[in-house]
Design a protein around this ligand. Structure first.
Ligand code: ATR
Length: 273
């Protein structure tokens, strides 16, 4: 029987994960199936249970089920525990399910790829929701000096408080940001809703590299704004998507695919629409 994998979400038709994992499998000569699985909002546990019963070996989980997936695991990696969310499920040999969160590793790998070593870089993380939470430990592990800011400041404060045991992190109210950063990362969902985050322009200098965790066919709203402020380089989150997938694939198959090869194909697909 072919080894079965899937991604669960709602909506899910737009997911690029089946293409990405299909390409990884081809590259590494693994025989697997990987399907997009739609689950009704209140039926995720039952849909997932049916998948395990049919012999599923692993799954990715995307919005809106990452927190629920976290609740359903028998065992959690440290990153999943800290994120409070799971994007990668693995059925262990004894039938128990282990949850991991590979989003942060995907982000850090892509940041290093584009911007080089992160050690001692002054990084501003905009947003304090689920996407931000999943990335803070991997960023601190890479040695950045992190500032978190958020529309709702108390959420940034509580993240900084929770993660300060792992490295240098503080929170700053948006209207008190008064210096330029080496890297500015957007983790908010504002752009997806067509909204612009109100950020002071002095956070961007000619050496500032910007990264938007989201991506779209055209340049993202945040990256358009950053370019207009004279940012050095602006990069969208397509590489993070491929990076988190590569880390999931590694967890399941113990082999690392070439992310660049997949990325090139995906970028072409996105441009075609
Ligand atoms: P996700 O899991 O994608 O991070 P989330 O947990 O709902 O989603 O968090 C969304 C993030 O985007 C939050 O940081 C949110 O700010 P608030 O905590 O103040 O709600 C941020 N966000 C969404 N829309 C925004 C907007 N128009 N301007 C600024 N921040 C916005």
């Amino acid at each position: 029987m072919t080894d079965k994998y899937a991604v669960f979400g709602n909506p899910i038709a737009q997911s690029k994960s089946p293409f990405i994992h299909g390409d990884f499998a081809e590259q590494t000569e693994q025989t697997i199936s990987y399907q997009a699985m739609y689950a009704e909002v209140d039926e995720f546990p039952a849909t997932l249970a049916a998948f395990w019963a049919e012999g599923g070996l692993g799954a990715n989980v995307t919005a809106p089920f990452k927190q629920q997936a976290y609740e359903l695991c028998d065992e959690l990696s440290q990153l999943a525990q800290l994120a409070g969310a799971v994007n990668t499920l693995q059925r262990l040999e004894d039938g128990r399910v282990r949850g991991d969160n590979t989003d942060g590793v995907g982000l850090v790998t892509d940041l290093q790829h584009h911007f080089g070593a992160l050690q001692n870089k002054r990084v501003l993380l905009v947003g304090a929701g689920g996407a931000a939470r999943g990335c803070i430990k991997p960023l601190l592990d890479a040695g950045v000096i992190l500032t978190v800011c958020n529309r709702t400041h108390v959420k940034a404060q509580s993240l900084a408080e929770q993660f300060k045991q792992f490295g240098q992190v503080d929170a700053c109210p948006i209207d008190e940001l008064d210096t330029a950063f080496d890297i500015v990362i957007n983790s908010t969902s504002a752009g997806l809703a067509g909204e612009i985050i109100a950020l002071p322009t002095n956070i961007i200098s000619s050496y500032t590299d910007c990264y938007d965790m989201t991506y779209s066919q055209q340049q993202t709203v945040f990256n358009q704004w950053a370019s207009k402020q004279g940012a050095n380089r602006v990069v969208d989150g397509l590489g993070m998507l491929v990076g988190q997938a590569a880390q999931s694939f590694y967890i399941w198959r113990n082999v690392k695919p070439n992310q660049e090869v997949t990325m090139t194909k995906l970028r072409l697909q996105l441009a075609r629409g």
